[in-house]
Structure formats: C-alpha cells, structure tokens
Write a protein of this length. Structure first.
Length: 250
C-alpha cells in the first residue's frame, strides 16, 4: 500500500507527487511551500501562482520590475525546474532538488543580482552568450556573432543554400550591422532591438537555392533577387528611415 500523507487523499491533485515532494504535498501546492520557505528566510518575497490552470499546484513564480523566476516540479523525479527572465529575455535555467535553493535564487534574481553572479553562486544554473550579452549591453553584436557562426557551420556541413553569403554580405553593411539579426525558420530577419518583440516592418529574406533569394517587405511586396550582394542592396533600399537601433523595451 502506498504511503498516504496528510492532504493527499485519492482525489487530491497532488497525490502523484507524494513520494518525491512530501513537503510540497503537505503545503498543498508549490506556491504555498515556496512562500513558507521564503518567509522563514525573511525575504519578503511574494510567491504567485502561474497563469496555467493545469499547473496550479505544481508551478509558481515571483516577479517584480521586469524580472521573473518561474518554477515547475518534474513528475518523474524530484527536480524543481527553474527559469529566470529579464523582460522577455530568458537569462538562466537549471534544476535542483532543494526547495530552499529555489527560494534563494528567486529572491536574488528579483533583488537585481546580475546573471553571472547568479550562475556563479548556484552551480545548477546555466546561462548563455546572448543572455550574458544583453546584460552587458552588447546583445546585437552577440547575435551577429552567433548567426555568423551558425551560417559557417551550415556551410561546413554542406547544408548551406546561400545562408553564409547572405549573412556575411549583410554584416558588411554598417546600416544593417547595427540592427539585430535573426533566423526564423528559413527567414533572415532584422530588428531594431535584440529583445522581443522583434520588429516586423523591416525587410526579411530567405534563400531559394542556386544563389537566388526572396525578399519580402512590410507592405507584403515580394521580390526575387540573384546573388547575396544584390539581395542586401534590395534590403537596404527597402529599409524605412527610422530603421535604427532601439533600447530593449522601447
């Protein structure tokens, strides 16, 4: 017979989490359990429910001043999945078995710790180049480094259909180099800011193969072009006058 914890009757939605998360089951939800830990530590940190009704008992979040930390309980093993965000930028993620560590991370991130401080203090958290670059203020440069590296890898793996030529031709243009590049499915995009939401009023293009490209403009005009350099010239010609970098959130 399986162990029955207080508050974990057969009809309790937390019943399947009894063995792995006894303290959470006793508290009735992850929100309640985290709030207890945060209050005990004197953090004064309000823990909230997530917006997903299906995760009402097994997920929680804390947010303030554009920063947030979301936590979700894994079901197959004891693991609290932690994700930190700044505005709409995913900055760090990881998992731990320790509920106190989760509360500590939530408090530190909401209090304004930098992402590098966070991942140094808690080894279970990981970050990545773009998140770190955004915090340093050079996210656009980091995105160019990333997209150029990926385009070169595509060429090396013989999966390229003009991507590297297109990316390098765009990078050579100062007016495009200050914009944030992106790759959405088969499309090469440009945005005034590196953080979401990206701009949708700038020309975008995709390789068609055999050195040809399709350029789509904000007014839905479509133009097919031969050669990466000519394609970039068409993109430049189609840029609106206000296609200049903007700070995140603007």
């Amino acid at each position: 017979m399986s162990e029955q914890l207080p508050g974990a009757a057969a009809t309790d939605p937390m019943r399947e989490y009894m063995t792995l998360y006894p303290e959470v089951v006793r508290a009735g939800s992850l929100q309640n359990a985290l709030q207890t830990v945060a209050d005990r530590a004197g953090y004064g940190l309000p823990i909230e429910l997530t917006s997903s009704p299906g995760r009402r008992y097994v997920a929680a979040k804390a947010e303030a001043d554009g920063r947030s930390t979301n936590v979700l309980m894994a079901i197959s093993e004891r693991k609290f999945l932690v994700n930190c965000w700044a505005q709409d930028i995913h900055t760090a993620s990881g998992s731990t078995q320790d509920l106190s560590e989760v509360a500590d991370v939530m408090h530190s991130w909401i209090q304004g710790n930098r992402v590098r401080e966070l991942v140094v203090q808690w080894a279970f958290l990981k970050t990545w180049e773009l998140a770190d670059a955004d915090e340093r203020g050079d996210a656009v440069q980091a995105r160019w480094r990333t997209i150029r590296r990926h385009a070169a890898l595509d060429t090396a793996r013989e999966r390229d259909s003009g991507w590297q030529d297109l990316v390098e031709a765009a990078f050579e243009q100062p007016r495009l180099r200050v914009l944030s590049p992106g790759r959405a499915m088969y499309w090469f995009t440009l945005s005034r800011r590196a953080a979401p939401p990206i701009c949708h009023d700038l020309p975008r293009t995709r390789p068609l193969g055999n050195g040809r490209f399709e350029v789509t403009f904000a007014d839905h005009r479509v133009q097919e072009v031969d050669g990466a350099a000519t394609t970039v010239a068409v993109i430049l010609d189609g840029l609106p006058d206000d296609a200049v970098p903007r700070p995140s959130g603007s």
